[in-house]
Design a protein around this ligand. Sequence first.
Ligand code: SF4
Length: 334
Amino acid sequence: MTAAAEQLCLQNFGNGVFIRGIVEFSNVCGCDCLYCGIRKSNRGVSRYTMNREEILSAVRSGYEAGVRSFVLQSGEAPVYTVDSFCRIIEAVHRQCSNEIALTLSVGERSRSEYRRFFDAGADRFLMRFETANPRVYALNHPGRSLESRFEALHTLKEIGYETGTGFLIGIPHEEPDDFELNLETLIAFRPHMVGLGPFVPAPQTPAAAFPPGSFEKVLQAYSRIRLALPKVNLASVTALDSLAAQGRYKALRAGANVYMPNLTPADFRKRYRLYEKKSSVDAFSGWPQILEKEMSGFGRRPLWNEIGTSPMMNEDIEKINRSGISPSATASER
Ligand code: SF4
């Protein structure tokens, strides 16, 4: 199945891989997800929030290397006011001459906040649903519900975000049929982007003793998703490197077409520990060259200077345009 998925991916995207640089700008979080190393109850975490200049500088380092798609990711906490965060979004676009796409990964917010961020220039949003089993969701996310997660995901799509989601393979308390349920739910949602990965136990969390998700199952999920949604942007996630040597590259052989180098400065990066991280290529200076060399060993090449819009997003925009209904605003129109 992985060979067929890789073949389909090559047919749709060629051997180029979209590059999406991630900046983990704050590890402050108001949630207590059982499995997460930066959950609010973990007193052993040294908390940080990068200031505006630090965020801009991290993005600049990626831009200078040829990255044209960025993710600003944080825990789920309003570490910036909506106004200040909108100003940061605008400044990021300005310093990159409006030549980039900007993804947010900041969790559940109100519709009006999502709208404000979108109007300020956020094009895309990533938010995993983690598990489609409501019981397992509630056990892992105290005080949260799967229903509100999906409500937020639908809101993002309605506003016009290029929307990404995914799940956690091997999430604590998972039930035997959950893998199929998760896949079905994901495919039915028709996300523009997918980011799914394995559960990796984090020390000092209630889930520290649970076994990690299976690497083979993650690859199987990538392939199933590629075959079901041939044009989705499917990201090979950092957590894969914690389970297997060159795990992120191996995911490219199973249908993934997006690679996410971590652009967070080293001092902050080591404090953003959702799970036990292994060092990887983007932790070193000269990473773009190392990335090219290592990726070529898997028959692929990074696509520099491309924002990498999901073809599924383009299809949705065309549908809206054909319907004659004036969309509130789409990313391509701003
Ligand atoms: S998974 Fe996300 S929302 Fe949950 S505790 Fe960790 S950072 Fe917070």
